[in-house]
Ligand binder design. Structure first.
Ligand code: NAD
Length: 494
């Protein structure tokens, strides 16, 4: 069911689609298959709710976010389990996904008592100069399946606390989680029409949201392919668009690194969430003194990872999201071998026993990958890791910066000077020193450079407010006479 104007309603077409557990094939639920008519109803409801919501004091709006964060925390175990069942990631990671929504809810609830504007001196006497943040109006949110609770929370909570009303189109692979999330927000006390949910496919539902003239902002997280289409369309329509797209993230291991620590970070960052994080490590760049030792350690650890249902405590790595994803990863295994990379581990579907019921792929490691190979340049979005041998520290940084993505990067070194050089020279949105490429926190900006986005930052930190508000500069002249800026100012200093 869609959630429009505070009511749970079927799609106008009465169409539905099903959501399955990617580990077992079990049916998780059924959702409304929406089209432009449903989107139009949701946008109308959001537009009607906007006047009242924008005039609700921000601390009162924030109270509802606070309630929502409390409810999510209370139901964390339940939502986490559903998350593993619908999306596949192992339970501890699913609980982390849910926890991120709690964190974001709390953080943005605090913003309700800040929403800092600007107050600056005027160049004229008896004149007040300030700038405040206005909401945009109705905003459209489009989200992927890989962080089905966390990523929506990065958009929903800031959009709401800033006074926008919204229509959310979640990914077609995780609609049941979206419905559960919206139920919690409803229970937290959101008035009808402030948040509307429209489930369905990218085309027609997502596309209709982008096209609707009353939608002032499209906040999109997903693939580069779709992000580019949306960016072009929003430029033509004159709308604001915030894009959070893919990654090709690297961990650089320097000769002086603690190799045990680096190996732990690599395995966690490359194969956590089966490599399906936008910040997942898909390249390891090694300097000459440690290359062979690192390759051996990584291949050994990767081949020992236990695949299975993410609800089992014995599972290290869960399934991929769907058949297309597992097929794509396998295609890249073929491409890598064709390009002359050395396959050290995996490289095939995992189909033993119960694994045959789901979309499992063996953690895959390639060595001797060169920077221009497709393996080293393209986002695979699965458990596939490429080791690239660099000639020096500078070469490693150059290789890191040579891809058309710039989301997350990491450097392992015990040398503080080298760490600071990396902090200066690596072109990236997020950088870790002596930690893997995954694991951001909501109080800092999240997003990337180059093809990873269009310069906005969501996911947290004060810059998220820039996405969801419009600046309004206000001058109040209480001098009681005509005062002309830039003209009457000279007389004042005489
Ligand atoms: P996707 O682009 O296929 O889909 C994302 C969303 O867009 C879905 O809701 C989908 O229905 C919708 N969509 C598809 N076509 C559309 C269209 N023509 N118009 C409007 N909406 C449309 O991506 P995905 O497979 O769901 O997610 C994986 C991708 O997301 C990866 O590339 C990953 O790196 C990226 N991602 C990025 C971040 C980040 O913050 N940078 C976070 C998570 C995932």
């Amino acid at each position: 069911m869609n959630y429009i104007d505070g009511k749970w309603t079927p799609a106008q077409s009465a169409g539905t689609f099903e959501s399955f557990n990617p580990a077992t094939g079990e049916l998780i639920g059924v959702a409304a298959e929406s089209d432009a008519r449903d989107v139009a109803r949701a946008v109308d409801a959001a537009a009607r709710a906007f006047e009242k919501w924008r005039k609700t004091p921000a601390p009162r709006r924030a109270d509802i976010l606070h309630n929502a964060a409390d409810l999510i925390r209370e139901r964390k175990a339940q939502i986490g389990e559903l998350l593993t069942r619908e999306m596949g990631k192992v339970l501890p990671e699913a609980l982390g996904d849910v926890q991120e929504a709690v964190d974001m809810g709390m953080y943005m609830a605090g913003e309700g008592r800040r929403l800092n504007g600007l107050l600056v001196p005027s160049e004229l006497p008896s004149k007040w100069a300030m700038a405040v943040r206005d909401p945009l109006g109705v905003v459209g949110l489009i989200t992927p399946w890989n962080f089905p609770i966390a990523v929506p929370s990065w958009k929903i909570f800031p959009a709401l606390v800033c006074g926008n009303t919204l229509v959310w189109k979640p990914a077609e692979d995780t609609p049941v989680l979206a419905i559960e999330f919206v139920k919690l927000l409803e229970e937290a006390g959101l008035p009808p029409g402030v948040l509307n949910l429209v489930t369905g496919y990218g085309v027609p539902a997502g596309e209709a949201l982008v096209e609707h003239p009353a939608v002032k902002l499209v906040s999109f997280t997903g693939s580069n392919e779709v992000g580019k289409l949306i960016a072009v369309r929003c430029a033509q329509l004159g709308k604001r668009v915030s894009l959070e797209l893919g990654g090709k993230n690297a961990i650089i291991v320097l000769d002086d690194a603690d190799l045990d620590l680096a190996t732990d970070g690599i395995i966690w960052s490359a194969f956590g969430t089966s490599g399906q994080r936008c910040t997942a490590t898909s390249r390891v760049i090694v300097t000459p003194g440690v290359g062979s030792r690192m390759a051996e350690r990584i291949a050994d650890r990767a081949s020992k990872l236990r695949l299975g249902n993410g609800l089992l405590a014995t599972t290290d790595v869960g399934p991929l999201i769907n058949k297309a994803a597992v097929t794509k990863v396998h295609e890249y295994s073929g491409i890598g071998q064709g390009e002359g990379a050395a396959l050290l581990a995996g490289g095939d579907y995992a189909t033993e026993g119960d694994l045959a019921r789901g979309f499992f792929y063996k953690p895959t490691v390639f060595d001797r990958v060169t920077p221009n190979m497709r393996l080293a340049q393209e986002e695979i979005f699965g458990p596939s890791l490429s080791i690239i041998r660099a000639a020096s520290v500078d070469d490693a940084i150059r290789i890191n910066n040579s891809v058309n993505f710039g989301l997350s990067a990491s450097v392992y070194t015990e040398n503080v000077n080298k760490a600071f050089e990396a902090m200066r020279d690596i072109a990236t949105g997020i950088l870790y020193i002596n930690a893997g490429t995954i694991g951001s926190e909501v109080q800092l900006p999240f997003g990337g450079t180059r093809g990873t986005g269009n310069g906005h930052r969501e996911g947290g930190g004060p810059p998220v407010l820039e996405v969801f508000t419009e600046w309004k500069s206000i001058y109040v002249d209480y001098s009681g006479r005509l005062q002309r800026a830039q003209i009457d100012t000279d007389e004042l200093v005489k």
